[in-house]
Every structure is written in structure tokens, then in C-alpha cells.
Design a protein around this ligand. Structure first.
Ligand code: UDP
Length: 244
């Protein structure tokens, strides 16, 4: 997808792969690209390389499915990072996994932890920490994750780009199984931001819903969605003329 690897996995396949990653015990990471990731990756080769080295890259939303269709390829279904995280957290007690929530605004990771404990009463939370996702914050975030002991699932919420760079710099220094760059997932889990209802998600309009509940995102979406559409259309035309 415009230089970024996106795996054609269904939700169930993605969940199975993540379970296997955690069970393997080795450090793995999953990325959750959407159009914003693709645009950032056009301008930032280092970010693109981090995405392409991921153990799994899920198609997080309808934008990527639409682009794939225009390229004459097929992604079977959108796999939303939020659903994948909930799915893994739900499985955690049965497997004895410990979960750490890192990132988001102060208080959000802790609130997400409380909400998850209500949802999954036997959940073993290794810890929660907001911290600062830039290199200056590494010492404190590493100390916080290490204080929690072994964590099997590490959800990192510092926004597109920053969270993947955090994982690239720091995953090797913590005792973690699987790390996922999760974007706004802790905001949803904590209840601070309302998630689009399932019917809106199925229609592929969750981005519009999110814009309605978080209008300040319009500036960012305004700088990513139009270039994503333009690049996608250009690439689609290029592929078609090559195919002729
Ligand atoms: N975030 C953060 N530090 C940053 C940028 C973002 O902790 O420097 C958090 C933000 O509070 C939110 C999450 O990262 O919980 C995802 O942010 P964003 O709104 O960019 O969501 P996305 O579009 O990536 O889902």
C-alpha cells in the first residue's frame, strides 16, 4: 500500500497470530496502519521501515480496503486495532497473560485499566503509565514498564509514528511478549472518547464519527485524507496503464 506492507488478514487470523506471538515468548510487535500512517510513511522512510519490519500489519479501517480495491487487489476485511486489543485482553486470564497499558493523556491509561478490570475481572494488569513517548521520556517509561515485571501484552498509545518509534527504541529493553501501537484505543477503553457504534463501523464511517466527537482532529485529517486519496488515485491510474 504505497510502500507500506499491509497484511490481508481477517480479524480471527490476526487474533490467532497474536496469540501465537505471545505464546512464543519472543518480543514481537504489531502495527495498525490507517491512511494517516500511510501518509506519514511517505514522508518518513525510517517510520516506513519500522512498519514494514513489523511481525503483523493489520488493515485498520475502511480507507485501506477502498485503496486496495482501487489497486485491483483485495483486503478481505478491516481489522480494527481496538477490536484486536479487546480480543486479546479478553483472552488474557485464560492464558495467564499480564497486560501493561502505556501512553495517552495523564490518567487515561489508569482509567482504561479500571474499565478493563470491570470487563475482565480476573485480568492481571502489570501496570499503567502515561509518560512521554519521545526519547526524552524513555528512562521514565522503561522504568515504569520494568516495575510491572513481565508483561505479555504491551499496548503503546502515543499516536501514529511516535508509538512505533517508542517500540523500535525500547521493546528490546523490556521483558515483554507482544507490543502493539494502539493509537486512540486507551481513550476508547477508558470511556473518555466514545467509540462509533457497530453499525457506523460496519458502514466504514467510524472516522467521521470520531471527527464528530473530537472535532479538533479535523486539522490532522484534513492534511492526511486528501493526500491519501490523491496518491491512491494516482497509483491506481498508474497500475491500470501499466496493466494495459
Ligand atoms: N498521545 C500521547 N502523546 C503524544 C501524542 C498522542 O500520549 O505525543 C496519545 C493521545 O493522548 C491518544 C493516543 O496517543 O490517547 C492516540 O492519539 P491520536 O489522537 O493521534 O490517535 P490515533 O489517530 O493515532 O488513533
Amino acid at each position: 500500500m504505497l510502500g507500506v506492507r499491509v497484511d490481508d488478514v481477517t480479524y480471527n487470523e490476526a487474533l490467532e497470530r497474536c496469540v501465537a506471538f505471545i505464546q512464543s515468548g519472543a518480543r514481537r510487535y504489531v502495527v495498525t496502519p490507517n491512511p494517516e500512517f500511510i501518509i506519514l510513511a511517505q514522508r518518513d522512510a525510517a517510520f516506513r521501515a519500522i512498519l514494514n519490519r513489523a511481525d503483523l500489519s493489520i488493515p485498520d479501517g475502511g480507507g485501506l480496503l477502498l485503496a486496495a480495491r482501487l489497486f485491483g487487489e483485495r483486503l478481505r476485511e478491516p481489522v480494527r486495532g481496538t477490536d484486536l486489543c479487546y480480543g486479546l485482553v479478553d483472552l488474557a486470564p485464560a492464558h495467564g497473560w499480564r497486560v501493561f497499558l502505556l501512553g495517552a493523556a495523564p490518567g487515561v491509561a489508569a482509567a482504561a485499566g479500571e474499565a478493563l478490570r470491570r470487563r475482565v475481572p480476573r485480568l492481571a494488569l502489570a501496570g499503567t503509565f502515561a509518560g512521554d513517548g519521545s526519547p526524552a521520556g524513555d528512562e521514565a517509561t522503561l522504568a515504569a514498564v520494568r516495575r510491572g515485571g513481565r508483561c505479555d501484552l504491551l499496548l503503546v498509545a502515543y499516536g501514529a509514528g511516535k508509538q512505533e518509534r517508542w517500540i523500535e527504541r525500547n521493546l528490546r529493553h523490556v521483558d515483554a511478549g507482544l507490543a502493539i501501537g494502539v493509537g486512540g484505543v486507551l481513550d476508547f477503553m477508558s470511556g473518555r472518547v466514545r467509540r462509533a457504534p457497530a453499525v457506523v463501523r460496519r458502514a466504514g464511517l467510524d472516522w467521521l464519527f470520531r471527527l464528530a466527537v473530537q472535532p479538533r482532529r479535523i486539522k490532522r485529517q484534513g492534511t492526511t485524507i486528501p493526500p491519501f486519496l490523491a496518491l491512491t488515485l494516482l497509483e491506481a491510474v498508474r497500475r491500470r496503464s501499466r496493466g494495459r
